[in-house]
Design a protein around this ligand. Sequence first.
Ligand SMILES: NC(=O)c1ccc[n+]([C@@H]2O[C@H](COP(=O)([O-])OP(=O)(O)OC[C@H]3O[C@@H](n4cnc5c(N)ncnc54)[C@H](O)[C@@H]3O)[C@@H](O)[C@H]2O)c1
Length: 270
Amino acid sequence: MTLLDDHVVLITGAGSGLGLGLARHFNEQGAKLAVFEISEPKVAGLREEFGDDVLVLQGDVTQVADLEAARQAVLERYGRVDALVGAQGIFDGMVPLMEVPVDQVEKVFDEVMHVDVLGYILSARIFFEDFAKTNGAIVFTSSTAAYAADGGGLFYTAAKGAVRSVINQLAFEFRRKVRVSGVAPSGIAGSQLQGPAALGLQDQKQSDIPADAFENNFLKLTLVNSLPTPEEYAPLYAYLASRTNTTTIGQTIIADQGLFNRNVITPTEG
Ligand SMILES: NC(=O)c1ccc[n+]([C@@H]2O[C@H](COP(=O)([O-])OP(=O)(O)OC[C@H]3O[C@@H](n4cnc5c(N)ncnc54)[C@H](O)[C@@H]3O)[C@@H](O)[C@H]2O)c1
């Protein structure tokens, strides 16, 4: 018996990084799994990796029609759905506000907020009735950027702060029917988090900004020896998504490897 035996789980943004690691772990833990991803090459990779074990769906989490079609497909295959884990996201390239041309501000805002906030709201809205029938759960992904500066640029920071507040409010509105919680990771090894097209940064990865600097800084500031893999975050998500979790509702767990547990006196390295 595992935490996720008998749970039907949908993971959005499962094509790489965190969502892919969660999919691998949830699959091993016996969940009946559906994964949803916008990128066609990543969808092909998911199909190749999981074969018929997992329902792989291509779609855009900002599009109602894509989410409705995903809901239909999940219900057709499994007959119910117990948990939604939101792991999609895009980054903002860490570009300071004053370096964004003024006529681009609204476009960058719209793009980042649509994927990083609206996508979570729409998926909760569309799947609520199903989770309400199964004493289900929603687990969303915020970030340490929601709690302190310099975890992203302004747009990403604002979006991740909004996700944290969405978790608060949805947990209240869905009370006694759906348990809503979240995780705020700091760094994730193997992330392919892309920048916004509105700044021409859609091919830039967060992990390349600048190459290796993120990992080096992370190791200097946190209390661990390595950047955690998606799979290292997975047991926490599995617990929150499972019916075992009856205690942690409306909260976002800061999974920061000790980043915020610091004063300014002793360097951990050097
Ligand atoms: N990388 C980090 O250091 C870090 C830290 C804290 C939080 N996070 C958050 O973790 C989550 C996962 O990020 P990651 O680092 O694994 O990045 P990633 O890019 O590897 O994974 C995100 C996935 O979401 C998909 N996606 C993007 N837009 C989508 C859309 N409109 N519809 C459906 N899928 C879409 C991407 O194609 C990708 O496969 C994100 O919410 C991110 O903000 C990342």
